[in-house]
Design a protein around this ligand. Sequence first.
Ligand SMILES: [Fe+2]
Ligand SMILES: [Fe+2]
Length: 318
Amino acid sequence: MTTNSPTLAIGALKRLRILCISETGWFDTATVFNDIRAAGGAQTDQYAIPWPPFGPLHAENAAGFSALLEAEATDGTVRRLLFDTGWNPDWMNRRFAEEGIDRLLQEGHIEALIVSHEHFDHFWGIGSTLKHCPNIPIYVPEGFHPAGLAFILQQGHTGTVITVPTDQPLVLFPGLALVSFPMSTLLQVQGENVLYANLQNKGLTMITGCGHGGVLNLLDYARRTFTGGERIHAIYGGLHLSPLEDWDAQRDQIVNALSEYGIAKLACNHCTGRTAVEKMLASGLPVLRGTARKGSQTDLFLGNGDVLELGQEGGWNP
Ligand SMILES: [Fe+2]
Ligand SMILES: [Fe+2]
């Protein structure tokens, strides 16, 4: 898109409530990366690693990422989406039960599952969603592998799978757009879906699973694509800055650049990395801390069972 292209008006939401079902991708980072190393390294096909539900390798370490989005339209209508479906079915079954997600799925109150990307910790727990709602529509990014599509079917899916084409924003309903970004990353995973919500009188919120495309790229895309995109109100999810807890000067520059977007609220999941969140806090970015309950190990991330409310203050009654 050139700078002269007209921007896309996606409408507006009154409120957006994000419930973190699980930010805990896994419990111990060294165990996951030792498993990857032992399986052949970063370019290994993830489906060759016998992690749950494909095998028993370090099942006690597997958890997953998932969030519930509740979007209130300007007329008061509430629509719900599941954003990612975690990893270990045992863990996801537990978290879905504790947060009432199982019932919402059974009663048809969640209208679609958005899979951000194919990584094990965001996607392999899909059986926990499908057993409650086998026909739920599923959105996957362009680049999803045949193995991933076959796994969806094998887990009992009877509904439609929509592959979001790269760089063609899909307005799911007024105020919420889904964009598939091209990327190629660890364990042969390609493509990532990112959500952009436009909140009345507030500006845009970006919601990512991992953010493999690079947080600044994803924010700049919003700026040049969406009407009102110059105002980034909030970010939720994975910013993929230090998932291995390593750090360098380039990443300092990214944190410094983030300060220039005027972001009002920032809430991160484990895919951001603890080191990155500590750096953001030190630089004065408005990071919301979690409560470190229900399996969350740190208050640096918006934790399991924690809620981020965006939009008009007060009066939320879904
Ligand atoms: Fe992740
Ligand atoms: Fe990822």
